[in-house]
Design a protein around this ligand. Structure first.
Ligand SMILES: Nc1ncnc2c1ncn2[C@@H]1O[C@H](COP(=O)(O)OP(=O)(O)O)[C@@H](O)[C@H]1O
Ligand SMILES: [Mg+2]
Length: 254
């Protein structure tokens, strides 16, 4: 059984794409076959694995816009056991064009249904909006994973994200979508606000909140510059281990 996980939070710059790349890598290190799908026109996860969205010919744009394209033509290997469906910058046009299509929100789901390639995990990275690209990710997935940067008012954004999930369930767009959980990213252990926000998240979300916390760490921002996941760039760095432990929690959760 493939587990399809969408990573979403409409706040930008909080570590979504970083989580997609490194969780994907942590799972593939453990022997699972992973497909990363980049639905962000900014191509965060593609760039962090050394793929330039400006140069990509076949991308998730093709998957959304051309019903007949085969997934195999879009995928490229990015690590052992890990493939990427990269983003291209024209993806933002897809968002506009799909709004006039009745099946606009369903395009990614249809593309995945048409192409049953054997992966253990499909991880979908989304842009920092609740627009049609993110909705495509949420319609195609079974599980929603929400990174949250712990600070004042962080919970507000999470609420509207969860409302969107409820709406997709109620309108039957994706009845099966479940909240897998939330985890804190860019945590600053020396910040009182950061600590308090995590405590609040634990109180509100209980067991839906992962134990693993990803701290703010410059090394995490260095790896993408080298076009590598952190797990390849600095395999023994504590932050690399943090992503492995997050992956472990996800495996235990399944
Ligand atoms: N825990 C972290 N500590 C330090 N820098 C981080 C961390 N997570 C991500 N970054 C950096 O912050 C920037 C935004 O992260 P990114 O994953 O692209 O966020 P998003 O996808 O939510 O917009 C990137 O430059 C990334 O390398
Ligand atoms: Mg991103």
């Amino acid at each position: 059984m493939t587990r399809t996980i969408v990573i979403a939070n409409q706040k930008g710059g909080i570590g979504k794409s970083t989580a997609a790349a490194n969780l994907g890598r942590a799972l593939s290190e453990k022997g699972h076959r992973v497909l990363l799908i980049d639905l962000d026109p900014q191509g965060g996860v593609s760039a962090s694995l050394g793929v330039n969205s400006f140069e990509v010919k076949r991308s998730t744009y093709s998957l959304l816009m051309y019903p007949d394209i085969s997934m195999a033509r879009v995928l490229r290997p990015v690590a052992n056991l890990m493939a990427l469906a990269p983003a291209s910058i024209d993806l933002s046009n897809a968002e506009v064009m799909l709004t006039t299509q009745a099946d606009g929100p369903l395009r990614l789901r249809k593309a995945l249904d048409r192409n049953r390639i054997p992966f253990d995990f499909i991880i979908i990275d989304t842009p920092p909006t609740l627009g049609l690209l993110t909705v495509n990710g949420m319609v195609a997935a079974d599980e929603l994973l929400v990174p949250v940067q712990p600070h004042f008012l962080a919970m507000r954004g999470v609420r509207s994200l969860l409302d969107t999930m409820d709406r997709l369930r109620q309108t039957m767009m994706n009845r099966d979508l479940q909240l897998m959980g939330l985890f804190a990213t860019m945590h600053r252990p020396d910040s009182q606000i950061s600590q308090e926000a995590i405590a609040e998240m634990r109180e509100v979300f209980g067991e839906k909140m992962f134990s693993t916390v990803i701290e703010y760490d410059e090394m995490i921002a260095e790896a993408p510059v080298a076009g590598e996941s952190l797990l390849d760039y600095a395999p023994d760095h504590p932050a690399a281990h943090a992503f492995r432990s997050l992956a472990e929690e996800i495996l235990n959760h399944g």
